[in-house]
Design a protein. Structure first.
Length: 232
């Protein structure tokens, strides 16, 4: 019933907005803990689309930190970083962190900054939003990361280059076995579309614009629809 209500809310919102919500799993592929983002690359075509990272790799303790093609495992100046979210236990708690994409014309590269007990970035825990199909491809980025001489722990920063978050990593309870939704799904970034889900908006530590906060609520509606669960 909750699913049906949320889904119809989304259908209304989708008709009004072209932005997409894409889920990226952090440290988990098909229910198994791995040093990966899943999917590792996504295409975002509409400004103000959102990408939500679900930290549910168990066990896991990862970050999503913006880097550059040139230096895959080092923070980009002015880049975002989610901070670490440790997971230990199949039932969570897990983490969610949502970016709103403001530039869909430039690739956004990111990595996991965890280095304990091993370095995740060089092991392939990197990702990209809108990587080029030729030249500086995602495969080339992974190869560069694998031989990175320097890996840096950045501090937590909500706003990045071409993308920003309005809230810190929030706690949620997503079934550990649920897999990525396989790309994107149209959803509501609109206030009216999200108004049915008053509970669950992640607490916001900084809020550059009210629209960004509304976007976070829209995502909660999306999550509820995608997983049929209550979001904390
Ligand atoms: C998660 O990793 C960070 C960085 O290595 C570390 O400082 C923190 O203590 C870890 N948290 C847990 C609960 O292991
Ligand atoms: C993303 O775009 C690239 C071209 O830049 C394309 O090769 C790839 O298939 C696209 N991926 C998806 C999931 O649409
Ligand atoms: C994106 O959101 C910002 C802030 O709400 C708004 O000013 C801008 O017009 C939006 N752009 C698009 C293409 O929807
Ligand atoms: Cu990691």
């Amino acid at each position: 019933m909750r699913f049906a209500v949320a889904a119809s809310t989304l259908a209304l919102a989708a008709a009004a907005m072209a932005q997409s919500n894409t889920i990226v799993k952090v440290g988990e592929v098909s229910g198994t803990a791995m040093l990966k983002f899943d999917p590792p690359t996504i295409n975002v075509t509409e400004v103000n689309s959102t990408v939500t990272f679900i930290f549910d790799g168990n066990p896991g303790n990862h970050t999503v930190a913006q880097s550059s093609f040139a230096n895959p495992c080092e923070p980009l100046e002015g880049g975002f970083n989610s901070g670490f979210f440790p997971v230990s236990g199949a039932s969570g708690p897990f983490g969610t962190w949502t970016l709103t994409i403001t530039d869909v014309t430039t690739p956004i590269w990111f990595y996991c900054a965890q280095q304990v007990p091993k370095v995740h970035c060089t092991a392939g825990m990197v990702g990209a939003i809108n990587p080029p199909a030729s030249g500086n491809t995602f495969d080339a980025f992974v190869a560069k990361a694998s031989s990175a001489a320097t890996v840096v722990f950045p501090s937590t920063v909500l706003s990045g280059v071409g993308a920003f978050a309005t809230a810190s990593l929030a706690t949620t309870t997503i079934p550990a076995g649920s897999s990525a939704t396989g790309g994107s799904s149209s959803s509501g970034a609109s206030g009216s579309g999200a108004s049915g889900t008053s509970s669950g908006a992640p607490s916001s530590s900084s809020s550059p614009s009210s629209a960004g906060t509304v976007s976070a609520s829209g995502f909660v509606a999306f999550l509820a629809a995608a997983f049929g669960v209550a979001i904390l």
